[in-house]
Design a protein around this ligand. Sequence first.
Ligand SMILES: Cc1cc2nc3c(=O)[nH]c(=O)nc-3n(C[C@H](O)[C@H](O)[C@H](O)COP(=O)(O)OP(=O)(O)OC[C@H]3O[C@@H](n4cnc5c(N)ncnc54)[C@H](O)[C@@H]3O)c2cc1C
Length: 422
Amino acid sequence: MPPADRRHTAYARCSTHENDRTTPADRTTKGPTMDFDLSAEEREIRDWVRTFVRKEIVPLEPQVLERERRGERGLTADELKGLQDKARSSGFFGIQTPESHGGMGQGAVVAALIEIELGRSFVPFRFAGEADNILFSATEEQQETYLRPTIEGTRKSCFAITEPGAGSDARAIRTSARREGDEWVINGEKTFITGGHEADFVMVFAVTDKEKGADGGVTCFLVDRDRGWTSTPIDTMGEWGPAALVFEDVRVPHSAILGEEGKGFELAMRWIGKGRYMLPARALGSCERLVEMGMEWARNRVTFGQPIAERQAIQWMVADSAVEIEALRWLVLTAAWQVDRGIDSRQSQSMAKLYGGVKANEIVDRVLQMHGGMGYTRELPVERWYRELRLLRIYEGTDEIQRRTIARNLLKGHATVRGHLG
Ligand SMILES: Cc1cc2nc3c(=O)[nH]c(=O)nc-3n(C[C@H](O)[C@H](O)[C@H](O)COP(=O)(O)OP(=O)(O)OC[C@H]3O[C@@H](n4cnc5c(N)ncnc54)[C@H](O)[C@@H]3O)c2cc1C
């Protein structure tokens, strides 16, 4: 039998479609076991955000770029609020915030789809109405003081676990809280705290039992700024900076504990694990836009009598980027889908975060390369994205820590290389 025929026979034997007697139409009506499509509602929400980004956000880009070049914020607080109010009037408020708290109560897949669309612009926009996931486990009284105002945007939170001596190794934190009667006295230093200079209150993690440490001896406290902690902004290579926080004999009542005494480390892990798929989702949107920009440039830039788009070197950059974007899309959406299904998604989330960080950086570098000298200038936003995307390989778990998690899960048998399909 000629090789081509042998291949055909082998395919016929393996192919389930050849063996079952249903027609493609039957299979569709029975419902496929795998569905890579979006529901009508998901598509509608995604399309609304896509239009909003195109009409309301993208036109602001030149102005945002100009302001950032002057060292100013890209959007003023009023401008951000104006955009958020506009979105809210169409129901876009608190994407993942439960409906009981006035939000849309959407799941992880919809949140990821939205984040991808928002990532297509570097304008620092986000929908209003979100709050840190761990604030939802606050007491009724704490919810009144912290959760509801955060959702309404009248108070700003920040999350503080990292310290100068404890980043990847978060279990090594030294900030302490000492009990004195009905009060706790907090001492220590936190660093790289996003929003730490603007926040009205902090969710700070402190050691309350040195013997137990992260295994039952870390507690989370809700601490208003007027209790006396101080903040100093940290300059970064990105357009906005986190802050260093100092706690010197900061006193809080016992009722400031979020969750339970000694259960702070679990809360911290819940906050960090809330959405590792969300950071790569945003980067994915940025990569889509960057590759579109790169292709547009390549079609128009002529060297040696031909557009550079005609050159294989450039075409391979486009092709590799498109494949990686598609792979990232499915890593992100699989992780989000698992979250919605209540399946343990930690392995998938780490994979999405790692792959997103690595590939987004490779893609932005290629797109910068396609632009030649112009890519390196501040006239185009490519270098801005180049600097912004670099952070993805560091915060909320560095590349190395994601690899450590992924390998450990595999080696200890918590996950298999066959993924969730088994
Ligand atoms: C802009 C920005 C915003 C941030 N926002 C927040 C925030 O809001 N709240 C907060 O609490 N923290 C925040 N962080 C802190 C961030 O999570 C940490 O920077 C990050 O976890 C890495 O910790 P580190 O900087 O101490 O690096 P280190 O832990 O010192 O790591 C240094 C290097 O060693 C590698 N490494 C460490 N351990 C291992 C190991 N076991 N095996 C192999 N390699 C290893 C790391 O991957 C890294 O490459 C932010 C950081 C930045 C830059």
